[in-house]
Design a binder for this molecule. Sequence first.
Ligand SMILES: O=C(O)C1=C[C@@H](OP(=O)(O)O)[C@@H](O)[C@H](O)C1
Ligand SMILES: C=C(OP(=O)(O)O)C(=O)O
Length: 417
Amino acid sequence: MRVKVSPSQVAGSIAIPSSKSLAHRAIICASLAQGTSTISNITYSKDIDATIACMEALGATIKKQETSCIITGTNVKKRTMPVSMDCNESGSTLRFLIPLCALSNQKATLMGHGRLMQRPMDVYTQIFDEQQLTFQQTDHIEVCGPLRSGTYTIRGDISSQFITGLLFALPLLDQGSQIAIIPPFESKSYVDLTLQMLRSFGITIHPIDDTHYQIPTHQSYLAGDVRVEGDWSQAAFYTVLGAIQGPLTLKNMNADSLQGDKVVIEAIKNKTWQQEDLIIDPAPLTGQTIDLADCPDLGPILCVLAAYSQGTTHLIHAQRLRMKESDRIEAMETELRKWGVEISSTYDTITIVGKDTYAKDNVVIHGHNDHRIVMAMTVFGLCARSSCIIDDAQAITKSYPNFFQDIQDIGGKVEIL
Ligand SMILES: O=C(O)C1=C[C@@H](OP(=O)(O)O)[C@@H](O)[C@H](O)C1
Ligand SMILES: C=C(OP(=O)(O)O)C(=O)O
Protein backbone atom coordinates (compact mmCIF):
# COMPACT_ATOMS: atom_id res chain seq x y z
CA MET A 1 0.00 0.00 0.00
CA ARG A 2 1.27 3.48 -0.95
CA VAL A 3 -0.20 6.60 0.56
CA LYS A 4 0.24 10.28 -0.24
CA VAL A 5 0.40 12.43 2.90
CA SER A 6 -0.11 16.18 2.49
CA PRO A 7 0.19 19.15 4.85
CA SER A 8 -3.03 19.34 6.86
CA GLN A 9 -4.60 21.28 9.68
CA VAL A 10 -6.11 18.59 11.91
CA ALA A 11 -8.77 19.14 14.56
CA GLY A 12 -11.50 17.19 16.31
CA SER A 13 -11.69 14.05 18.40
CA ILE A 14 -10.56 10.46 17.98
CA ALA A 15 -11.73 7.33 19.78
CA ILE A 16 -8.34 5.78 20.57
CA PRO A 17 -8.12 2.03 19.82
CA SER A 18 -7.95 -0.27 22.80
CA SER A 19 -4.65 -1.45 24.23
CA LYS A 20 -2.97 -4.17 22.20
CA SER A 21 -0.80 -5.16 25.15
CA LEU A 22 -3.77 -5.53 27.50
CA ALA A 23 -5.88 -7.31 24.86
CA HIS A 24 -3.16 -9.97 24.29
CA ARG A 25 -3.02 -10.55 28.03
CA ALA A 26 -6.79 -10.67 28.52
CA ILE A 27 -7.26 -13.14 25.64
CA ILE A 28 -4.50 -15.39 26.98
CA CYS A 29 -5.77 -15.35 30.59
CA ALA A 30 -9.37 -16.02 29.49
CA SER A 31 -8.14 -18.88 27.30
CA LEU A 32 -6.51 -20.49 30.34
CA ALA A 33 -9.57 -20.13 32.60
CA GLN A 34 -12.16 -22.71 33.40
CA GLY A 35 -15.49 -21.31 32.21
CA THR A 36 -16.42 -18.51 29.89
CA SER A 37 -15.13 -14.93 29.88
CA THR A 38 -16.09 -11.89 27.85
CA ILE A 39 -13.35 -9.52 26.78
CA SER A 40 -14.91 -6.30 25.52
CA ASN A 41 -13.62 -3.22 23.72
CA ILE A 42 -11.08 -5.12 21.62
CA THR A 43 -9.51 -3.43 18.59
CA TYR A 44 -8.72 -6.24 16.18
CA SER A 45 -5.40 -6.19 14.36
CA LYS A 46 -3.03 -8.75 12.88
CA ASP A 47 -1.23 -9.13 16.22
CA ILE A 48 -4.44 -9.70 18.19
CA ASP A 49 -5.74 -12.08 15.53
CA ALA A 50 -2.49 -14.06 15.85
CA THR A 51 -2.95 -14.46 19.60
CA ILE A 52 -6.57 -15.53 19.12
CA ALA A 53 -5.62 -18.11 16.49
CA CYS A 54 -2.80 -19.49 18.68
CA MET A 55 -5.02 -19.82 21.74
CA GLU A 56 -7.59 -21.62 19.59
CA ALA A 57 -4.86 -23.97 18.39
CA LEU A 58 -4.06 -24.67 22.06
CA GLY A 59 -7.69 -25.63 22.66
CA ALA A 60 -9.59 -22.49 23.72
CA THR A 61 -12.94 -21.72 22.10
CA ILE A 62 -13.06 -18.10 20.98
CA LYS A 63 -16.08 -16.39 19.43
CA LYS A 64 -15.12 -13.10 17.84
CA GLN A 65 -17.78 -10.41 17.84
CA GLU A 66 -17.49 -6.89 16.46
CA THR A 67 -15.53 -5.45 19.40
CA SER A 68 -15.52 -8.29 21.90
CA CYS A 69 -14.54 -11.92 22.30
CA ILE A 70 -16.32 -14.66 24.19
CA ILE A 71 -13.73 -17.15 25.35
CA THR A 72 -14.02 -20.58 26.95
CA GLY A 73 -10.70 -21.69 28.33
CA THR A 74 -8.69 -24.88 28.11
CA ASN A 75 -6.17 -26.73 30.28
CA VAL A 76 -2.91 -26.33 28.36
CA LYS A 77 -1.07 -28.62 30.78
CA LYS A 78 -3.22 -31.52 29.66
CA ARG A 79 -2.45 -31.08 25.94
CA THR A 80 -1.83 -34.55 24.54
CA MET A 81 -1.27 -33.76 20.85
CA PRO A 82 1.43 -31.84 18.98
CA VAL A 83 0.28 -28.39 17.98
CA SER A 84 1.31 -25.94 15.31
CA MET A 85 0.57 -22.22 15.43
CA ASP A 86 1.35 -19.05 13.53
CA CYS A 87 2.40 -15.96 15.50
CA ASN A 88 2.60 -13.88 12.32
CA GLU A 89 4.87 -10.90 13.22
CA SER A 90 3.85 -10.56 16.85
CA GLY A 91 6.71 -10.70 19.34
CA SER A 92 4.23 -10.63 22.21
CA THR A 93 2.34 -13.64 20.89
CA LEU A 94 5.48 -15.70 20.35
CA ARG A 95 7.21 -14.86 23.62
CA PHE A 96 4.05 -15.01 25.73
CA LEU A 97 3.06 -18.43 24.44
CA ILE A 98 6.32 -20.41 24.44
CA PRO A 99 6.23 -21.21 28.19
CA LEU A 100 2.53 -22.13 27.96
CA CYS A 101 3.30 -24.47 25.05
CA ALA A 102 6.08 -26.00 27.15
CA LEU A 103 3.73 -26.97 29.98
CA SER A 104 3.01 -30.15 28.03
CA ASN A 105 5.47 -32.82 26.91
CA GLN A 106 3.97 -32.71 23.43
CA LYS A 107 5.73 -30.80 20.65
CA ALA A 108 4.60 -27.28 19.76
CA THR A 109 5.66 -25.59 16.53
CA LEU A 110 5.51 -21.79 16.48
CA MET A 111 5.83 -20.05 13.14
CA GLY A 112 6.55 -16.40 12.45
CA HIS A 113 6.90 -13.92 9.62
CA GLY A 114 8.73 -10.70 8.80
CA ARG A 115 11.53 -10.09 11.28
CA LEU A 116 9.97 -12.14 14.09
CA MET A 117 12.37 -15.08 14.04
CA GLN A 118 15.38 -12.71 14.04
CA ARG A 119 14.25 -11.02 17.26
CA PRO A 120 16.07 -12.17 20.43
CA MET A 121 15.13 -15.52 21.97
CA ASP A 122 18.25 -16.05 24.13
CA VAL A 123 16.43 -15.98 27.46
CA TYR A 124 14.28 -18.95 26.42
CA THR A 125 17.07 -20.86 24.67
CA GLN A 126 19.08 -20.65 27.89
CA ILE A 127 16.17 -21.81 30.09
CA PHE A 128 15.31 -24.74 27.82
CA ASP A 129 18.98 -25.66 27.63
CA GLU A 130 19.34 -25.63 31.42
CA GLN A 131 16.23 -27.81 31.80
CA GLN A 132 17.39 -30.06 28.93
CA LEU A 133 14.17 -29.44 27.03
CA THR A 134 13.81 -29.15 23.27
CA PHE A 135 14.08 -25.65 21.82
CA GLN A 136 14.94 -25.74 18.14
CA GLN A 137 14.95 -22.60 16.07
CA THR A 138 15.20 -22.50 12.28
CA ASP A 139 12.66 -20.49 10.28
CA HIS A 140 10.23 -21.60 13.01
CA ILE A 141 10.56 -22.68 16.65
CA GLU A 142 9.87 -26.12 18.08
CA VAL A 143 9.54 -26.57 21.82
CA CYS A 144 8.73 -29.49 24.04
CA GLY A 145 8.13 -29.51 27.81
CA PRO A 146 7.41 -30.13 30.55
CA LEU A 147 8.79 -26.92 31.95
CA ARG A 148 9.81 -27.23 35.62
CA SER A 149 9.39 -24.86 38.53
CA GLY A 150 12.44 -23.25 40.11
CA THR A 151 14.33 -19.99 40.24
CA TYR A 152 14.54 -18.26 36.89
CA THR A 153 17.30 -15.67 36.67
CA ILE A 154 16.72 -13.47 33.66
CA ARG A 155 18.47 -10.48 32.08
CA GLY A 156 16.20 -7.45 32.33
CA ASP A 157 17.48 -5.60 29.28
CA ILE A 158 16.55 -7.91 26.39
CA SER A 159 12.75 -8.08 26.43
CA SER A 160 10.21 -8.01 29.22
CA GLN A 161 8.07 -10.32 27.08
CA PHE A 162 10.07 -13.33 28.39
CA ILE A 163 9.11 -12.41 31.94
CA THR A 164 5.46 -12.00 31.00
CA GLY A 165 5.53 -15.38 29.23
CA LEU A 166 6.89 -17.11 32.33
CA LEU A 167 4.40 -15.31 34.57
CA PHE A 168 1.52 -16.81 32.56
CA ALA A 169 2.84 -20.37 32.86
CA LEU A 170 4.61 -20.72 36.22
CA PRO A 171 1.48 -20.34 38.43
CA LEU A 172 0.12 -23.52 36.83
CA LEU A 173 3.04 -25.69 37.98
CA ASP A 174 2.92 -28.05 40.97
CA GLN A 175 5.69 -26.25 42.86
CA GLY A 176 6.35 -22.57 43.47
CA SER A 177 8.85 -20.57 41.42
CA GLN A 178 10.77 -17.34 41.60
CA ILE A 179 11.86 -14.93 38.92
CA ALA A 180 14.97 -12.84 39.58
CA ILE A 181 15.67 -10.03 37.11
CA ILE A 182 19.26 -9.00 36.45
CA PRO A 183 19.18 -5.16 36.28
CA PRO A 184 18.67 -2.96 34.38
CA PHE A 185 15.02 -3.97 34.28
CA GLU A 186 13.65 -2.28 31.15
CA SER A 187 10.01 -2.21 30.00
CA LYS A 188 9.03 -3.05 33.59
CA SER A 189 5.70 -1.29 33.15
CA TYR A 190 4.69 -4.10 30.76
CA VAL A 191 5.27 -6.64 33.52
CA ASP A 192 3.06 -4.51 35.76
CA LEU A 193 0.34 -4.82 33.09
CA THR A 194 0.77 -8.59 33.20
CA LEU A 195 0.41 -8.67 37.00
CA GLN A 196 -2.69 -6.47 36.76
CA MET A 197 -4.34 -8.79 34.21
CA LEU A 198 -3.33 -11.95 36.10
CA ARG A 199 -5.03 -10.49 39.19
CA SER A 200 -8.24 -9.96 37.19
CA PHE A 201 -8.24 -13.68 36.42
CA GLY A 202 -7.54 -14.81 39.99
CA ILE A 203 -3.78 -15.41 39.75
CA THR A 204 -1.52 -14.13 42.52
CA ILE A 205 2.11 -13.16 42.03
CA HIS A 206 4.09 -11.64 44.92
CA PRO A 207 6.58 -8.95 43.91
CA ILE A 208 9.29 -9.29 46.59
CA ASP A 209 11.14 -6.15 45.53
CA ASP A 210 11.74 -4.31 42.23
CA THR A 211 13.53 -7.23 40.63
CA HIS A 212 12.12 -10.38 42.26
CA TYR A 213 8.79 -12.14 41.90
CA GLN A 214 7.54 -15.09 43.89
CA ILE A 215 4.98 -17.29 42.14
CA PRO A 216 2.77 -19.47 44.35
CA THR A 217 1.99 -22.96 43.13
CA HIS A 218 -1.14 -24.86 42.00
CA GLN A 219 -3.13 -21.83 40.89
CA SER A 220 -6.07 -21.77 38.49
CA TYR A 221 -7.22 -19.02 36.19
CA LEU A 222 -10.79 -17.93 36.99
CA ALA A 223 -13.08 -16.78 34.19
CA GLY A 224 -14.03 -13.10 34.31
CA ASP A 225 -15.24 -10.21 32.21
CA VAL A 226 -12.71 -7.57 31.27
CA ARG A 227 -13.03 -4.32 29.33
CA VAL A 228 -9.82 -3.31 27.60
CA GLU A 229 -8.81 0.34 28.15
CA GLY A 230 -7.46 2.75 25.52
CA ASP A 231 -3.97 2.26 24.09
CA TRP A 232 -1.41 4.84 25.22
CA SER A 233 1.08 3.70 22.55
CA GLN A 234 -1.46 4.60 19.82
CA ALA A 235 -2.64 7.70 21.68
CA ALA A 236 0.97 8.91 21.48
CA PHE A 237 0.69 9.56 17.71
CA TYR A 238 -2.23 11.93 18.30
CA THR A 239 -0.63 13.46 21.39
CA VAL A 240 2.36 14.54 19.30
CA LEU A 241 0.23 15.57 16.30
CA GLY A 242 -1.99 17.64 18.62
CA ALA A 243 1.01 19.25 20.30
CA ILE A 244 2.50 20.31 16.95
CA GLN A 245 -0.70 21.52 15.30
CA GLY A 246 -3.91 20.46 17.18
CA PRO A 247 -6.22 20.92 18.98
CA LEU A 248 -7.20 17.27 19.29
CA THR A 249 -9.34 15.42 21.80
CA LEU A 250 -8.33 11.85 22.65
CA LYS A 251 -11.35 9.95 23.84
CA ASN A 252 -11.64 6.98 26.24
CA MET A 253 -8.24 7.28 27.91
CA ASN A 254 -7.46 6.12 31.44
CA ALA A 255 -5.50 8.79 33.31
CA ASP A 256 -4.55 6.20 35.96
CA SER A 257 -3.41 3.56 33.47
CA LEU A 258 -0.38 1.43 34.30
CA GLN A 259 0.70 1.54 30.64
CA GLY A 260 4.25 2.94 30.56
CA ASP A 261 3.57 4.81 27.30
CA LYS A 262 1.28 7.19 29.20
CA VAL A 263 4.47 9.20 29.86
CA VAL A 264 4.06 10.67 26.37
CA ILE A 265 1.87 13.37 27.91
CA GLU A 266 4.79 14.46 30.07
CA ALA A 267 6.72 15.29 26.90
CA ILE A 268 4.23 17.93 25.76
CA LYS A 269 2.95 21.09 27.44
CA ASN A 270 -0.69 21.88 26.78
CA LYS A 271 -3.01 19.13 27.92
CA THR A 272 -6.24 19.10 29.91
CA TRP A 273 -8.33 16.21 31.18
CA GLN A 274 -12.12 16.29 30.95
CA GLN A 275 -13.16 13.03 32.59
CA GLU A 276 -11.84 10.32 30.22
CA ASP A 277 -11.05 12.74 27.39
CA LEU A 278 -7.62 14.28 27.00
CA ILE A 279 -7.48 17.60 25.15
CA ILE A 280 -4.18 18.46 23.51
CA ASP A 281 -3.51 22.03 22.36
CA PRO A 282 -0.49 23.15 20.38
CA ALA A 283 2.26 24.89 22.32
CA PRO A 284 5.86 25.89 21.49
CA LEU A 285 8.01 22.77 21.69
CA THR A 286 11.54 22.67 23.04
CA GLY A 287 14.25 20.02 23.08
CA GLN A 288 14.45 17.71 26.10
CA THR A 289 16.01 14.48 27.34
CA ILE A 290 13.66 11.49 27.37
CA ASP A 291 14.45 8.04 28.78
CA LEU A 292 12.99 5.25 26.61
CA ALA A 293 13.92 2.38 28.95
CA ASP A 294 10.34 1.91 30.06
CA CYS A 295 8.53 3.09 26.93
CA PRO A 296 10.38 1.79 23.86
CA ASP A 297 7.34 1.92 21.58
CA LEU A 298 7.26 5.73 21.93
CA GLY A 299 10.68 5.96 20.21
CA PRO A 300 9.57 6.65 16.61
CA ILE A 301 6.90 9.24 17.42
CA LEU A 302 9.16 10.99 19.96
CA CYS A 303 11.71 11.38 17.12
CA VAL A 304 8.98 13.30 15.26
CA LEU A 305 8.24 15.43 18.34
CA ALA A 306 11.98 16.15 18.59
CA ALA A 307 12.23 17.09 14.90
CA TYR A 308 9.58 19.80 15.41
CA SER A 309 11.02 21.03 18.74
CA GLN A 310 13.40 24.00 18.98
CA GLY A 311 16.82 22.91 20.20
CA THR A 312 18.27 19.49 20.90
CA THR A 313 16.44 16.38 22.09
CA HIS A 314 18.27 13.36 23.47
CA LEU A 315 16.46 10.01 23.55
CA ILE A 316 18.40 7.74 25.88
CA HIS A 317 18.30 3.99 26.70
CA ALA A 318 17.00 3.35 23.21
CA GLN A 319 18.89 0.17 22.27
CA ARG A 320 15.86 -2.08 22.47
CA LEU A 321 14.31 -0.14 19.54
CA ARG A 322 16.82 -1.96 17.35
CA MET A 323 15.14 -5.32 18.08
CA LYS A 324 11.56 -4.57 17.04
CA GLU A 325 9.74 -5.07 13.72
CA SER A 326 12.61 -3.05 12.23
CA ASP A 327 15.73 -1.46 13.65
CA ARG A 328 13.65 1.55 14.62
CA ILE A 329 16.67 3.82 15.26
CA GLU A 330 18.14 3.14 11.83
CA ALA A 331 14.70 3.40 10.20
CA MET A 332 13.91 6.80 11.76
CA GLU A 333 17.37 8.12 10.94
CA THR A 334 17.05 7.09 7.30
CA GLU A 335 13.53 8.42 6.85
CA LEU A 336 13.86 11.70 8.79
CA ARG A 337 17.08 12.53 6.91
CA LYS A 338 15.07 12.40 3.67
CA TRP A 339 13.23 15.45 5.04
CA GLY A 340 16.48 17.14 6.09
CA VAL A 341 16.15 16.49 9.84
CA GLU A 342 19.42 16.78 11.78
CA ILE A 343 19.53 13.37 13.50
CA SER A 344 22.36 11.15 14.75
CA SER A 345 22.59 8.08 16.94
CA THR A 346 24.82 5.80 18.98
CA TYR A 347 23.85 2.20 19.69
CA ASP A 348 21.73 3.31 22.65
CA THR A 349 20.83 6.98 22.02
CA ILE A 350 19.28 9.27 19.43
CA THR A 351 20.02 13.00 19.14
CA ILE A 352 17.85 15.34 17.10
CA VAL A 353 18.18 19.08 16.53
CA GLY A 354 14.71 20.29 15.64
CA LYS A 355 13.12 23.24 13.87
CA ASP A 356 9.63 24.59 13.03
CA THR A 357 9.08 23.58 9.44
CA TYR A 358 10.22 21.16 6.78
CA ALA A 359 9.58 21.25 3.03
CA LYS A 360 11.15 19.16 0.29
CA ASP A 361 10.09 17.90 -3.15
CA ASN A 362 9.67 14.26 -4.06
CA VAL A 363 10.15 12.70 -0.63
CA VAL A 364 9.40 8.97 -0.70
CA ILE A 365 9.34 7.39 2.74
CA HIS A 366 9.87 3.65 3.23
CA GLY A 367 7.81 2.07 6.02
CA HIS A 368 10.37 -0.66 6.86
CA ASN A 369 7.45 -3.09 7.31
CA ASP A 370 6.95 -1.45 10.69
CA HIS A 371 3.61 -0.01 11.82
CA ARG A 372 5.15 2.46 14.24
CA ILE A 373 7.53 3.85 11.58
CA VAL A 374 4.62 4.31 9.13
CA MET A 375 2.43 6.02 11.73
CA ALA A 376 5.23 8.28 12.99
CA MET A 377 6.22 9.32 9.46
CA THR A 378 2.56 10.01 8.64
CA VAL A 379 2.38 12.43 11.57
CA PHE A 380 5.61 14.04 10.36
CA GLY A 381 4.16 14.42 6.84
CA LEU A 382 0.88 15.97 8.04
CA CYS A 383 2.90 18.65 9.86
CA ALA A 384 5.35 19.36 6.99
CA ARG A 385 4.99 22.07 4.31
CA SER A 386 5.11 19.71 1.30
CA SER A 387 3.60 16.33 0.42
CA CYS A 388 5.32 12.97 0.59
CA ILE A 389 4.66 9.38 -0.42
CA ILE A 390 4.87 6.55 2.14
CA ASP A 391 5.29 3.06 0.75
CA ASP A 392 4.99 -0.19 2.73
CA ALA A 393 2.13 1.58 4.51
CA GLN A 394 0.09 -1.62 4.97
CA ALA A 395 2.35 -2.33 7.98
CA ILE A 396 -0.20 -0.39 10.08
CA THR A 397 -2.44 -3.48 10.03
CA LYS A 398 -0.13 -5.08 12.61
CA SER A 399 -1.66 -2.94 15.37
CA TYR A 400 -4.04 -0.32 13.94
CA PRO A 401 -5.80 -1.20 10.66
CA ASN A 402 -8.05 1.90 10.87
CA PHE A 403 -5.22 4.39 11.32
CA PHE A 404 -5.51 6.22 7.98
CA GLN A 405 -9.30 6.36 8.25
CA ASP A 406 -9.04 7.88 11.73
CA ILE A 407 -6.46 10.40 10.48
CA GLN A 408 -8.78 11.38 7.60
CA ASP A 409 -11.64 11.82 10.07
CA ILE A 410 -9.73 14.58 11.91
CA GLY A 411 -8.89 16.36 8.65
CA GLY A 412 -5.59 14.67 7.82
CA LYS A 413 -4.96 14.61 4.06
CA VAL A 414 -4.00 11.01 3.39
CA GLU A 415 -4.73 9.52 0.00
CA ILE A 416 -4.43 5.77 -0.60
CA LEU A 417 -2.77 5.45 -4.03
O1 LIG B 1 4.57 -6.84 26.86
C1 LIG B 1 4.17 -6.13 25.93
O2 LIG B 1 2.96 -6.00 25.64
C2 LIG B 1 5.19 -5.39 25.14
C3 LIG B 1 6.44 -5.18 25.65
C4 LIG B 1 7.44 -4.31 24.98
O3 LIG B 1 8.46 -5.14 24.48
P1 LIG B 1 9.90 -5.34 25.21
O4 LIG B 1 9.68 -5.79 26.57
O5 LIG B 1 10.56 -6.35 24.34
O6 LIG B 1 10.57 -4.01 25.17
C5 LIG B 1 6.83 -3.50 23.84
O7 LIG B 1 7.85 -2.96 23.03
C6 LIG B 1 5.91 -4.34 23.00
O8 LIG B 1 5.36 -3.60 21.94
C7 LIG B 1 4.75 -4.84 23.83
C1 LIG C 1 7.12 -4.26 19.16
C2 LIG C 1 5.80 -4.35 19.09
O1 LIG C 1 5.06 -5.47 19.27
P1 LIG C 1 5.57 -6.97 19.45
O2 LIG C 1 6.83 -6.94 20.23
O3 LIG C 1 4.45 -7.66 20.11
O4 LIG C 1 5.79 -7.51 18.04
C3 LIG C 1 5.01 -3.12 18.82
O5 LIG C 1 3.77 -3.22 18.84
O6 LIG C 1 5.59 -2.05 18.58
